[in-house]
Write a protein that binds this ligand. Sequence first.
Ligand SMILES: Cc1ncc(COP(=O)(O)O)c(C=O)c1O
Length: 473
Amino acid sequence: MSRSRTSSELELFLPLHRSDSLPLYRQLERELRDSVRAGRLAADAPLPSTRALAAQLGVTRGVVVSAYEQLSAEGYLVSRPGGSTRVARISGFADPVPIVLRREFRLDFRPGRPDVNEFPRAAWLRSLRRVLGEAPSDRFSYIDGRGMPELRSAMAVYLNRARGTRISPDDLIICAGVAQGLQLVAQALRAGGAQRIGVEEPWHPEYRRMLEGTGLQVVAVPVDAAGIQIDLVDQANVDAVVVTPAHQYPTGGVLPPERRAALVAWADRRDAIVVEDDYDAEFRYDRVPVGAMQGLCADRVVYAGTASKILAPGLRLGWLAVPPRLRESIARAKLAADQGSSALDQLAMADFVDRGELDRHLRRMRLVYRRRRDALLAALERHLPTWRPAGASAGLHMLAWLPAGCDEARLVAAAAERGIGIHGLAATCFLPGPPGGIVFGYGSVDERRIPRGIAELAEVVADSVAPGHDERR
Ligand SMILES: Cc1ncc(COP(=O)(O)O)c(C=O)c1O
């Protein structure tokens, strides 16, 4: 049964001081006026009845009646027939300030976005309903730093089956996405005496900055078309290295078996840790599945996975499979960070995975994303044939290398002017000098819009940034 909130239930923070020389009705006026001005009470918010507010504040009803009357006269409150009182709509202040999360584009090819319109709401709701009805009450209490046992069991089964890992539920720590996972690992490494951590070059710039914030020295290790170069890892003199072996971000390389073996051998030799960011490996199109590195060496590899690509980034759910030596300190870091991720979301995810809904969703989304990938490849070939796509066999993004003379920064800016969001490779680089490229995310662009979008991008190129373009024009 639906139940709406009545204004008398609203809790208001209106401190009144009986020792103050200002009469109580004046204090109440002042507090309410300030709350409206500061936006703590939003336009149209219903206020409690005079009787209810008087009871809440422990004052006589006359105090509240006086304050409401005065503020209505000043235009801060509006009394409605029937006796209800609301905050007035006043322009100039207390207008909600819009929070700009990210710049929106008419056509958004920026990477890192799955299609959130396809979030399996009905199945997720069924899982939520089930766990709300069935979970024991103690699941809603404070939890330990490793996460819900239900989700750890479900993910261990799923990852061993789908990603070739060797994980037991005890190895897993639930976190808020790879972002938090990396932070927790970095904190634990630092607490254990590590000083330097290697990251791929190019890589995700926000995660690099985040790692730098943990106090570790972050060392860029260049990748080539097949991923990270192990001889350069060796030379980097690091205590740990973060890699994206299934689909390098952003160049798309797949780390071949001999490099995986060499990386594990390096970690053994150096007593180091490999952090495997397995962010989008479930999506692969025309290549055989590549298992996770964790399956090769569970003692040296921290596996980091996320719901961000397979379901939705807004869930903020991720998981770390952690070698025994780091388990305690990572669980402690998670507790210190936020006392654990939301129990309800973890339980819903566990149910969703156990019932095969994740597999079903992935089967469906692979087809959706494959169509989008194919549409993007075809459109690039048709409209921008000199651009060289790479890393398109998996994930939700691909890289297109630009022809010589095509200025990446100008292209990104000119496309943005036309409402097209694209992401330049330079934004992911730490070291200077790579050739220009565009990292295309196609996860959230309907394939019917892709051909026209790329045709428009080709017009942008022709208008402003083509090789040989004359700037005096
Ligand atoms: C390289 C890489 N790793 C991980 C993620 C997912 O991060 P999170 O789980 O924090 O959303 C992304 C998302 O774009 C990514 O690009």
